[in-house]
Design a protein around this ligand. Sequence first.
Ligand code: BGC
Length: 751
Amino acid sequence: MRALLCALALLQGVGANAGANPNDAAIEAHVEGLLARMTVEEKVGQLAQVNADEGRMSDKLRAAVKAGMVGSVLNAVDVATVNELQRVAVQESRLGIPLLMGRDVIHGFKTVLPIPLGQAAAWNPELVEQGARMAALEAAASGVNWTFAPMIDVSRDPRWGRIAESFGEDPYLVSVLGVASIRGFQGDDLSRPDAIAACAKHFVGYGASEGGRDYGFVGIPEVDLRNVYMPPFKAAVDAGVATFMAAFSDVNGVPASGNRFLMQTVLRDEWKFPGFVVSDWESIIDMIVHGFAANEKEAAFEALSAGVDMEMASTTYRDHLAELLAAGRINQDTLDAAVRNVLRVKFRLGLFERTSTDPAAYPEVASEQNLALAKKLTTQSLVLLQNRNEVLPLARTSLRSLAVIGPMADDDYEQLGTWIYDGDTALSRTPLRAIREMVGPRVTVRYVRAMETTRSRTTTAFADAVAAASSSDAAVLFLGEESILSGEAHSRANIDLPGNQMDLVRAVKRAGKPVIVVILAGRPLTIEPILADADAVVYAWHPGSMAGPAIADILFGVESPSGKLPVTFPRVVGQLPIYYAQRNTGKPPLPDTLVHIDDIKVRTSQTGLKNKSWYLDAGYEPLYPFGYGLSYTSFVYSDIKATPSRARVGVPVTVRAVVKNVGKVAADEVVQLYVQDLVGSITRPVRELKGFQRVHLKPGESREVSFQLSADDLAFYGRNMTRATEPGAFHAWIGGSSRADLRADFELTAD
Ligand code: BGC
């Protein structure tokens, strides 16, 4: 069986629509048959998701499952407990309906992959899919059949702790990676034992929480909801995602968990989503706190009427739906529709045929193969931000000694990131260990932790760090923020390197040796203050189990860096929100007329500034743009063409360019296509990512890369809220970041 599963896993590549199931009609018949036999209490039971306290089955939980009062359990991952829960559900409850076993399998299970923001930096959907596949197999071996992933909230605010769980700021990149992740979890056929149901979350707008403060109000005009925040969710529906999760957010005055426009009008009526929607943790009773529902009964009424099918953790459905039904406030059809949605997913998952899990039937968990995949994904996720005087890569042959400094250099837990309930620290290979293994006994490695945590204020150990750097050929500092500083409810208002880390970099620089800073963090940090002292900077996100070997490969040039930023890096926090796909404004900034606050004369009533959209003290440029990342080689782009350059709307346009590796080492480059629609019925972003390809080029090698743009690729919701491709003029750029300047123009005509 194990061999069979391995073979099946390998065969499951990029699939067709995972939602297309030849047994759809049979499943509907099963659902109706079951529904006809259910009491109101049993129906309500299917809509309840109950937390397994500390992963265990209490007597209360056992009794509730036996009574048919539970549709899903979350957070049980001990396989014996899971099997016993399923046995009670199937053998002891009246109708024998199996349970959905939910768990946050966010970036790996035992084997921890980079945080999703790090995975996004690899711009490699195939690897993201393989990573999700690996996680699905590891989790399924424990009896988990449903993950609350991927999180596909477009995230443009690094203060928001949950940006770590996101694929970044761009609707297109998030859509592509979200779909890859859904395919990885669900495979081609949800009913196979190695598939688990995915969950597109959090519908919708959570990433735009006001001020980057978690759970904050979300005010997004409908047109931006549709053009920016919803596309990844629409793509998830098209990819056959089994479930959705409602956001915690109050979206434009109506909490998502009670938002009929989102859950009914958009998700069901427009997108025809056939799966079910789960609330977020207690988000239904939260509607009372929001001031949207007067009490639990009203909260249950609003949520079910909106189209939230299953309630996570709180019990308003269990306590009030029967009463609401009896009073005629909700009707049988509404209740049945929710139950149908849940049962349909259970049938699609094949749970009725397969009610217990045999871990031995699955591939080995945390195998060397899984760790190798984690390493590959991590390697591609590392972004080289600065490399003055080409201090990187370090020369393995001539290096005699190296100082390794900092609180993140040798911490098997903190390299893993947020949401690692099941992650195994014993698998972690730290940077210090990997560097030692790579250089062997010939090179003296001097390790100084220097700070107890990234937040430490004491500087007493700095002298040791400086001494280590002075007596070594170079110093590598591992800095950033611990896992706990990002993730849910862990937003930050100041996103500088915490504690005295900036002083540490300054101190080590005084040793006069090349200073390389590797940053492990759950978000973009405002790192401009260290750039003068750090000769090289590698951004490593929270890299996961294989942080060390991946980072060592980059530091020593075994691999050339190829990660690109999936999110804009601000210079200072006051620039937020800052993202590349902004609108132009009526007075866009011009570099040559910018006057800095320090240069404004005293007692002037006029600065002489043209009225432009910028900050007097921070200009308008980010520190690093979206899509940016250096390599150990250089790529030159040329020969861009858009053909046809004039076409009717509906005729695809191909944009192509040649990319050449003009440096000395073989490397990957992520080739990016951006488009601007110059005039629209609503204003359009100055650029939008429309395609990307990761290519591998040897020194001197060049390749033509082409992208086809269909009418759909250029469509957007306009003034009247319908989606259309509007005729007119377009710019297209191809290059290595959102700053690409190689441009071709084309025009779409109405006839
Ligand atoms: C989070 C969800 C998560 C759920 C279950 C909530 O607090 O917002 O993303 O899936 O908990 O753990």
